[in-house]
Design a protein around this ligand. Structure first.
Ligand code: A3P
Length: 312
């Protein structure tokens, strides 16, 4: 490695990706043992790209008949679990909560109701072959422009007591990002892996951008629902179910719930660090022109002629 950032972060290079060292045994066990089902729905992301948001949205899409108002549906006075449970527990991740060294968080894949909704930060190339070659599982990937990812990651690092050091300056963080030595990095390998998969297997892999989700939430939510095989009916649209879901999953709503303000993802990891500003372009307030130039040049070079680009 070109820097010592990996030591501070506690990450280990495995299959060309910097995995959190403490999660690596889980990742390897997952690769070896996971048995997919065709109905599985897998949400994938690079950290700080909108994982928490998309988890809430997907949970809502899948469970909307129970928890959202619709004239034809009399079961919707159930309390919405999003009000009392943090999204990371409603939609657990392979490498954190299964095959896990966090005993308090272990869920059982075998007893999860179908369709199983599970998340991951693992790059496409490191998913088990059973998923990306042999199953009909659907993967929804959310990406975000790299400058906002850096700023979001840097804030997260400063609030995260476990792996990431409080001493980090934004300069140091930009440097780590550009060298690729960052948790689940390099970033460009991550986004490109899923991007190419979405082109090769459009039925199985949907590639989203945080910025599009912000700009055209209704259109994107409908697209996601259709992709997972649960399109909104005309009645649901007339009854405003799409808008209800977006309202429930909005940053302002979720951020202010007690469970999200005071809850813990794992012991000592406060859930509130997953909710900050949620703005597109916040990088302008934190990065200098030379940092921006450096990141832009790298991203342009790495994404090259892939067809993938981010507005920077
Ligand atoms: P900022 O730090 O830019 O505010 P992840 O969930 O992948 O860790 O990403 C966290 C980022 O998504 C943070 O970005 C956070 O504020 C934002 N976020 C969290 N919940 C959100 C929501 N419901 N809607 C929009 N953005 C959200």
């Amino acid at each position: 490695p070109k820097s010592d950032g990996w030591k501070k972060q506690g990450i280990t290079l495995y299959q060309n990706c910097w995995f959190p060292s403490n999660l690596l045994p889980n990742v390897i066990a997952f690769q070896k043992n996971f048995k997919p089902k065709d109905e599985d729905i897998i949400m994938a992301s690079f950290p700080k790209s909108g994982t928490t948001w998309l988890k809430s949205l997907l949970f809502s899409i899948l469970n909307r008949h129970k928890y959202y108002y619709n004239n034809n549906n009399h079961n919707n006075d159930n309390e919405n679990p999003l009000l009392t449970t943090i999204s990371h527990h409603l939609v657990p991740a392979f490498e954190f909560q299964f095959y896990s060294n966090y005993p308090e968080n272990v869920h059982d894949l075998d007893t999860m109701p179908s369709p199983r909704l599970v998340a991951t930060h693992i790059p496409y190339a490191s998913l088990p072959d059973s998923i990306n070659k042999f199953s009909k599982s659907r993967i929804i990937y959310i990406s975000r422009n790299p400058l906002d990812v850096i700023v979001s990651f840097w804030h997260f690092a400063n609030g995260h007591p476990e792996r990431l050091s409080r001493e980090w300056t934004v300069e140091y963080f930009v440097d780590m990002f550009c060298k690729g030595d960052i948790t689940f990095g390099p970033y460009w390998e991550h986004v490109l892996g899923y991007w190419k998969a979405s082109l090769a297997r459009p039925e199985n892999v949907l590639f989203l951008k945080y910025e599009d989700l912000k700009k055209d939430s209704v259109g994107q939510l409908k697209k996601i629902a259709k992709f997972v095989g649960l399109p909104f009916s005309q009645e649901e649209e007339n009854d405003g179910v799409v808008e209800q879901i977006l309202e429930m999953c909005s940053l302002s709503k979720l951020k202010n719930l007690d469970v999200n303000k005071y809850g813990e993802v794992r012991p000592n990891i406060h859930n509130k660090i997953f909710f900050r500003k949620g703005q597109v372009g916040d990088w302008i307030n934190h990065l200098t022109p030379s940092m921006v130039e450096r990141v832009k040049n790298i991203i342009i070079e790495k994404l090259n002629d892939s067809g993938l680009s981010f507005k920077l």
